[in-house]
Design a protein around this ligand. Structure first.
Ligand code: CAA
Length: 379
């Protein structure tokens, strides 16, 4: 399969690359060091249409396809993987879920501002006892007239501290197990909804990851997504697309690792020659480039299946499984090529490794991706 990009797709890629190089890259290390959320950059990404790329223009989105989205995600993540995950969660998990399953009123009320980047979204599925085992939801949502009353705790929620709107999964009927889980739109500032704990992390340190607490939090019935019992299907279907976004984030980190390695190996001399002359280095670069290209093709395959409305769950899981592994390997090799310098904060490659690791964990660990792939083979 070959991919020939349209003029629009190439233009989006170029715009994202320019923005990433000019706005994100110069300050990415400092934000990582200080754990600073990129407020200004996210605002600008909204203005450029990067926060609601696949949302229809009638809701303020850019009306683009998934291929354009993955091209932009790679460029943004190449410069700053934290900005990459902020963008991915808002696009894939929040905007896509709302546009696909929300009512017209919900879209009018929430999607427009999320798609234009005026507001930020988060996706709250994980709980202390429901990570990989996502169906084991303990947060409850009890019906009380025109409201649902939410109680419980969500954790490891990307964008959680800065989000204006959170999509929350909660049990409306415990007797039905995972078929009793429902999805809700919860607004920041709703009484009983609060940020409980901000996590300190190994990587993607300028994105925020928090626990969210719900204590008798009253959410209007109008904020139920689709119908009671739809929550797990909503979450897992949405995550299928999320995994394409995270795979693209991993690809960006891997490509950044290769670019830094090529540059350094031409500059750094050992034994009177640039280390690029050594086969030991050349073989590493060749393996990195080959794996990166394979990851890119898996991602584009998944994105193109999604654009063609084909079943893309398996392809998305393959793309994320492979690209996340490639990102970790590429970052490790980049450090090895940089030698002692690679281990130091002064060079970016140590950040690439710290940022890469999470791509093997969030939006479904590599083990979960294998389960998803195997089940689709065996069904
Ligand atoms: N789309 C829609 N529905 C799906 C689905 C999909 N891709 N996959 C499964 N389902 C449905 C099933 O049909 C089933 O419903 P029915 O019983 O009505 O048919 C229901 O969901 C439960 O499925 P299973 O019986 O297969 O459940 P399971 O517990 O055996 O396995 C799993 C499911 C694949 C392991 C799933 O729990 C999973 O993907 N876990 C990982 C969760 C995850 O990715 N978490 C990431 C958190 S979000 C995050 O990280 C965001 C962030 O902030 C960056």
């Amino acid at each position: 399969m070959t991919f020939e990009f349209t003029e629009t797709q190439l233009m989006i890629q170029e715009t994202a690359r320019k923005f990433a190089e000019e706005v994100l890259a110069p300050s990415a290390d400092e934000r990582d060091e200080k754990e600073q959320f990129p407020y200004d950059a996210v605002k600008q990404m909204g203005e450029l249409g990067f926060m609601g790329m696949m949302v229809g223009e009638q809701y303020g989105g850019a009306g683009l396809d998934t291929i354009s989205y993955v091209l932009a995600m790679e460029e943004i993540s190449k410069a700053d993987a934290s900005a990459g995950v902020i963008m991915s969660v808002n696009n894939s998990l929040v905007c896509w879920g709302l546009e696909t399953f929300g009512t017209d009123e919900q879209k009018e009320k929430y999607l427009r501002e999320l798609a234009t980047g005026k507001k930020l979204g988060a996706f709250a599925l994980s709980e202390p006892e429901a990570g990989s085992d996502a169906t084991n939801q303990r947060t409850t949502a009890e019906r009380d007239g025109d409201f649902y009353v939410l109680n419980g705790m969500k954790n490891f929620i990307t964008n959680g501290a800065n989000a204006d709107v959170v999509l929350v999964m909660a049990q409306t009927d415990k007797t039905k197990g995972h078929r009793g889980v429902s999805a809700f739109i919860v607004e920041k500032g709703t009484p009983g909804f609060s940020v409980a704990k901000k996590e300190k992390k190994l990587g993607i340190r300028s994105s925020d990851t928090v626990s969210l607490s719900f204590s008798d939090c009253r959410v209007p019935k109008a904020n139920l997504i689709k119908e009671e019992g739809f929550g797990i299907k909503f979450a897992l279907r949405t995550l299928d697309g999320g995994r394409i976004g995270i795979a693209s984030q991993a690809l960006g980190i891997a490509q950044a690792s290769l670019d830094a390695s090529v540059k350094y190996s031409k500059e750094r001399k050992a034994f009177d020659k640039p280390i690029a002359n050594l086969q030991a280095i050349q073989f590493k670069l060749a393996d990195m480039a080959t794996n990166i290209q394979a990851a890119r093709l898996l991602i584009l395959t998944a994105a193109s299946q999604k654009d063609k409305n084909e079943n893309y769950g398996q392809a998305a899981a393959m793309a994320k499984l492979f690209a996340s592994k490639v990102a970790v390997q590429a970052a490790l090799e980049a450090i090895q090529i940089h030698g002692g310098y690679g281990y130091m904060r002064e060079y970016k490659v140590e950040r690439y490794l710290r940022d890469a690791k999470i791509t093997e964990i969030y939006e479904g660990t590599s083990e979960i991706q294998r389960i998803v792939i195997a089940r689709s083979l065996l069904q």
